[in-house]
Design a protein around this ligand. Sequence first.
Ligand SMILES: Cc1ncc(COP(=O)(O)O)c(C=O)c1O
Length: 393
Amino acid sequence: MTATDLPQGMTRDTISLLLGHPDPATLLTDEFQAAMQNAMNQPRSYAALQYGPEQGTPRLIQFLVGRLNREQQLTLQPDQVMIVAGATHAVDMIARLYARPGGVVLVEAPTYADSIHIFRDHQIDLRAVPMDEHGLLIPELERQLAALKGEGKSPAFLYTIPNFHNPTGITTSEARRIEVIRLAHQYGFLIVEDDVYRELSFEGIVPRSYYALANGEGVLSIGSFSKTLAPGLRLGWLVGSTGAIQRFVNCGTTQMGGGANPFAAHIVAEYCCEGYWEAHIARLRALYRQRCDVALSALREYMPKGVTWTQPEGGFFLWLTLPQSVLAQPVKQAALRNGVLVAAGNGFFVKPDDGDHNLRLAFSFAAPADIEAGIRILGQVIGQLSTSKVAQP
Ligand SMILES: Cc1ncc(COP(=O)(O)O)c(C=O)c1O
């Protein structure tokens, strides 16, 4: 990598536990290069450079329908899957088509910072529902739904990250998912599941998706190639009812621009149909599991008393809770001065103060030795800030 390839905020001598970027060594593999060559050497390869069908490249849709049906015991038809330019594109389209400015959307507290950003762009009234280590707190969700009803309002949808959640690493239990579906039916809101980490379970075990549990009724499900192949492809998928997918296919930007990223989609279709993706996912699970283990054992060794953290079973992140006397922002700044980048919790909350005592650590990007060193430094910084706090009159 050259210095200009480094993610935001990084310089050569920093350790980044900041961003949910895949390990750079997993990106430009021999298999990916072979798929690229093959995809460009077909009689109709030019189609990859033409405007594509609005719903997306048919070969990739066909592949995804087969895989989703196999993996999740679904009975999807090709008109229920759309190719999108990454999960981000899907979140933006859903916000635009399903919520009105001033309309209510429910999110988890905390949630993915960039989704908060997108919802704010659409002037959505965000209501945040707290979570514990099993997912959304159902009594709190129910309380907020009843209060909204009292105000004569009904949420357009609930946005949830059910597996290996960003930022906490938590997986919502199946029991909680069933309760959320019950409330969705009772109060008439849509469930939007952002499932971009689903494939990255360390043990290969994930609860049934909201889409599967609800038999597809009232659920839009989002997937992505960003975490399991390469974010630079800008490629993902959206699953919904035939009617919902038609709505996205017929929206202005899709009609005007054609299908999402036909060039990348042709290459990825070739890659997936050769069976390369499954093998790659298996390698990634082992790789990120090892990194998560390194992070967890460093946390046990180096974190001062009073710091707690989640135990992810997949994905890229874990979530620290600091003692009440220690604020995340000074920790972030002091860690940065010592060459370690971490995310303070504030950006992941609708009410930023709610994240005053949290940090998100990404274990996906840094090498194991750097993860260990980064957490050692972070532990020292937190230790110093807790002591200096206690010493103050
Ligand atoms: C929960 C979640 N959704 C969406 C994205 C972005 O996905 P994509 O690159 O497919 O747009 C991320 C990336 O960090 C994420 O964590």
